[in-house]
Design a protein around this ligand. Structure first.
Ligand SMILES: NC(=O)c1ccc[n+]([C@@H]2O[C@H](COP(=O)([O-])OP(=O)(O)OC[C@H]3O[C@@H](n4cnc5c(N)ncnc54)[C@H](OP(=O)(O)O)[C@@H]3O)[C@@H](O)[C@H]2O)c1
Length: 303
């Protein structure tokens, strides 16, 4: 498994981990799927107190060497609440230490200095190893970092996929400059990139055919081809876990990346949902682009 440095910590974590939001709600295979992923070297599991999956994760990682990330919910950002949430997460996970403890979303109703004081104390007490954030803007990160005395923010977990490219405008560049690892959530657009009815899937498949790879593998490989970025796809289906674990054993070529980014360029400024609405209204520019892309891909190279 490819490894990526976590922030400025000097520690390297798997470029592909496993998300666990809604894991277990749609499959009876939650524990097996995490175990299968660990066997296949995705030794990085992301959860959150909000997901109600920490206990499942705890059962699956028992006795395993794994990088474990969880999150405190914004409604628990008061000093005492952060401490209590962390203790409860440790118990549910069945571990003595959390590798990465993340603030799930910003909460402007609680001074960030109060929350960060508790986070630094948790590091000092050995209950957490690294501090991360999630869904933080550049401004939020700067404010949070300014409150830290002995630690620095190691990561920012944000939505990033071919159909959610807004972070490319500013946030990704900032994180790279500041050495804050981007943890890409919903890297498969919650499965939306892989739905048969979605035209974008055809584009991923066409690029995948050049390498003998699937649409999901292309989508994940593209996310992780970005500097300083790791991804945490969620898969309850064991076949999906196996497919995802093999997403990085090939290299997308410059041409593949260009084709993908040209096709999905509109998503830098629009969200998937906004775009879906436009397509539903018959956005001819998008459909035209798809037709010409398909034609180009089908053309035989000139000899
Ligand atoms: N920090 C935050 O605010 C935040 C927000 C959202 C998510 N997250 C984290 O990021 C993780 C991943 O994001 P996500 O769960 O929203 O979406 P995702 O990983 O983009 O997509 C998950 C969906 O894709 C399907 N899938 C996975 N691998 C597949 C494959 N190889 N082929 C076909 N379908 C496949 C899954 O189906 P099956 O389950 O049936 O396999 C599931 O329906 C979450 O679980 C969570 O840990 C964080």
């Amino acid at each position: 498994m490819r490894l990526v440095e976590l922030g400025k910590t000097g520690e390297r974590i798997p470029a592909l981990g496993m998300g666990t939001w809604k894991l277990g709600s749609d499959h009876g295979t939650a524990i097996e799927s995490i175990k299968e992923g660990l066997k296949l070297d995705m030794r990085f599991v992301d959860t959150a107190e909000m997901y109600h999956t920490e206990d499942i994760v705890g059962q699956a990682i028992k006795g395993e060497e794994v990088f474990i990330a969880t999150k405190v919910s914004p409604e628990h950002f008061r000093y005492e609440e952060v401490k209590a949430s962390c203790n409860a997460s440790l118990k549910r996970l069945g571990v003595k230490q959390i590798d990465l403890y993340q603030l799930h979303w910003p909460n402007r109703r609680v001074p960030i200095s109060e929350t960060m004081k508790a986070m630094e104390e948790l590091v000092k007490e050995g209950k957490i190893r690294h501090i991360g954030v999630s869904n933080f803007s550049v401004e939020d990160i700067n404010e949070a970092n300014a409150c830290l005395k002995k630690n620095e923010i190691a990561s920012n977990q944000v939505q990033y996929s071919l159909t959610a490219r807004e972070i490319e405008k500013e946030l990704a560049k900032f994180c790279k400059k500041e050495k804050i690892t981007v943890i890409a959530y919903s890297p498969l657009a919650r499965g939306g990139l892989l739905e048969r009815r979605h035209e974008a899937t055809d584009v991923l498949k066409m690029v995948g055919e050049r390498h003998g790879k699937s649409a999901a593998q292309v989508a994940l490989n593209w996310v992780v081809s970005k500097d300083n970025t790791v991804a945490i796809p969620k898969a309850g289906n064991l076949e999906h876990v196996r497919e995802n674990a093999k997403a990085l054993d090939f290299m997308l070529e410059r041409k593949d990346i260009k084709d993908l980014e040209d096709f999905f360029s509109d998503y830098v400024s629009r969200t998937f949902v906004e775009f879906g609405k436009e397509i539903a209204k018959g956005n001819s520019a998008f459909l035209g682009k798809l037709v010409s892309f398909r034609e180009r891909m089908r053309q035989k190279p000139k000899s």
